[in-house]
Design a protein around this ligand. Structure first.
Ligand code: F6R
Length: 592
């Protein structure tokens, strides 16, 4: 949801360095892109294009400087056209600003500024910021004062990187709610939305808290609080390597990340002791509420089935964007578990803040240092490594792994740990279906509607399969609890609507098989996933994807999601799309 980067270097390499870092942020937005460099004034180049096209702009060759700011945009206010691309400047091109977030009161501010003579060139919420800074500078404030005065006027969320023509080789960053991280390198310092953008330059970072200001200049980095006093902040060392954020020979990040899943689960299993330490300190909770969005919500649904089965504690699952409307029964006896890959999802953060007031909160997050990790009572990190593909894959199975570990350890079912530890091997087996799935994708890639069905533990797998298909192929897909089909959606089934049926061995197998027969009776083509020993399923389905018979229903969400992800990936490729960058979506959704 927009990515920002700023740098102050010791040589004149700001343009290539910013472009390289921007490439790593592209998953956050790819509507448009822009850069501002401090070189005898502020020079801005921006366009409605992808980064690789933008990098070929010959005007960039004319730019050279030690410091600059840059931005990839995921449009919220103002269509994705060149004029709305960042950086935005004031009336006299003295201030340049890149912004991630939303300024909620920008309309009022814009009218006020226009009435006092400011001229606007875009339709964005962001443009009020350079004009406000300009106004306060004109009133005699220095740059830092003008930035603080500006933030006092802004309502909403922002991470900002700001340049001022009179103070070249200085970049100022400030944040409220949106993420902003300082990277401290050897003679080169950075501001970034995400550490993965700067891994090839430094692994030393400072996480800015709300309303802290970072001043980057030739002398290094100074962090100040709202009173303008310099403060000392902890410097963290990032464990992710630059290589982890590269494609490493795969055509797309998504495919690489699908293949990394067995290892992501193995790494996350190593958190068992840490998880045990956390849960040992828990008081007795009489209710557990999972809260999350999208794929993380689907992981939470598996959590509901598991926690109720293994711990006996009543468990519900609430969409983060709905949480504020259903939080009235929260109390100190409820454990609220919020799941988020990024730890920056605005809906989830809002829910976390509500839950923090009344209940014990625990977040399961992949990005170390993200806002959620700094606000929750307890934190468990999923060890998936950086996930760049917009569609979540390896972070989903890592979230599931934490949920399994928690439910097993809280319920005292340690004998199930061995079964969980076998899952990476079964996931390797699931990856071997890749060639078969590529073929199936070729046959079904032109369809316009799909259904995905499953019961119990396979219901979340079905809806996750449908979500993956929607987001990266743009095919309409419905994920349904198999038993619900007859209550309405069956009316939509015909020979042109493929049905993906998730039917691992277990107590739900026979009933889902019956539901599969119901769709077959309406001429649907069925793509079934099940045990390779399930001869009935094999003979009754049009396409059969067989997985090891040893995978029982309870643990099936881990290996069974893999063929789903591969199916979406190969249909997306077959349709000539870029699965890493689905239209209208961004990896990190920092608006409500
Ligand atoms: C789907 C996907 C999204 C995210 C959702 C929540 O592939 O990636 O549905 O799961 O936006 O994001 P996080 O987990 O970062 O809170």
């Amino acid at each position: 949801m927009c990515g920002i980067i700023g740098c102050v270097l010791k040589d004149d390499e700001a343009v290539p360095v910013l472009l390289e870092c921007l490439g790593k942020l592209e998953y956050r937005g790819y509507d448009s892109v822009g850069i501002a460099i401090s070189a005898n004034g502020i020079k801005v180049i921006k366009d409605q294009s992808k980064i690789h096209q933008f990098a070929k702009n010959p005007d960039l060759n004319e730019l050279s400087g030690k410091s600059g700011i840059a931005h990839v945009r995921w449009a919220t206010h103002g269509t994705p056209i060149k004029e709305n691309a960042h950086p935005h400047t004031d009336c006299n091109n003295r201030i340049a600003v890149v912004h991630n977030g939303i300024i909620e009161n920008f309309k009022e501010l814009r009218v006020e500024l226009q009435n006092s003579g400011h001229t606007f060139t875009s339709n964005t919420d962001t443009e009020v910021i350079p004009h406000l800074i300009e106004k306060y500078l004109d009133e005699g404030q220095n740059l830092e004062e003008a930035i603080y005065s500006t933030t006092q006027k802004l309502k909403g969320a922002y991470a900002l990187a700001i340049m001022f023509v009179d103070e070249p080789n200085k970049i100022i960053g400030i944040r409220k709610e949106s993420p902003l991280i300082v990277g401290k390198g050897n003679g080169e310092n950075f501001l970034t939305s995400d550490v993965s953008a700067i891994l090839s330059h430094t692994d030393q970072v400072i996480y800015l808290d709300n309303m802290e200001m970072a001043i980057l200049d030739g002398n290094g980095v100074t962090i100040k609080n709202l009173d303008g006093d310099s403060i000392t902040k902890e410097i963290h060392t990032i464990e992710w390597s630059a290589e982890m954020a590269e494609k490493q020979g795969f055509d797309h990040f998504m495919l690489k990340e699908i293949h990394e899943q067995p290892n992501a689960v193995k790494q996350t299993l190593m958190e068992a002791d840490e998880i045990n330490n956390i849960i040992k300190k828990f008081p007795k909770f009489n209710k557990i509420s999972f809260v999350a969005c999208g794929t993380s919500y689907h992981a939470s649904l598996v959590g509901k089935y598991l926690f109720e089965t293994l711990t006996g504690v009543p468990t519900d699952v609430i969409l983060a964007s709905e949480f504020e409307y259903s939080a009235s029964t929260l109390n100190e006896n409820t454990l609220v578990i919020l799941i988020s890959q990024s730890g920056e999802t605005a809906d989830t953060l809002k829910a976390l803040r509500i839950a923090n007031k009344k209940s014990h909160t625990l977040v399961i997050v992949n990005v170390v240092g993200s806002t959620a990790t700094r606000e929750a009572d307890d934190v468990i990190i999923t060890r998936a490594g950086p996930e760049i593909g917009v569609a979540a894959t390896k972070t989903y199975v890592s979230q599931l792994t934490v949920i399994y570990l928690m439910a097993i350890l809280m319920g005292g079912n340690d004998d199930l740990l061995k079964t969980l530890e076998n899952m990476p091997d079964y996931m390797e087996e699931a990856l071997k279906t890749e060639d078969q799935i590529k073929e199936i994708a070729g046959k079904y890639s032109k369809k316009t509607d799909f259904f995905f069905i499953g019961r119990g533990y396979s219901y979340p797998t079905a809806i996750e399969g449908a979500l993956k298909l929607k987001e990266i192929t743009y095919i309409h897909a419905e994920g349904y609890a198999a038993g619900e089909l007859k209550h309405g959606p069956l009316a939509l089934i015909d020979d042109d609507v493929p049905v993906v049926a998730v039917i691992p061995p277990g107590i739900s197998r026979d009933k889902t098989l019956s539901n599969m027969e119901e769709v077959k009776a309406r001429n649907a083509h069925v793509i079934a996933l099940g045990s390779s020993a399930d001869e009935t399923l094999k003979s009754e389905s049009d396409e059969f994807i067989g997985l090891p018979n040893e995978i029982n229903e309870m643990f099936s969400p881990l290996p069974y999601v893999i063929p789903m992800q591969l199916l979406s990936y190969y249909i997306s490729v077959e349709r000539g799309l870029d699965p890493d960058k689905p239209k209208n979506l961004a990896k990190c959704v920092t608006v409500e």
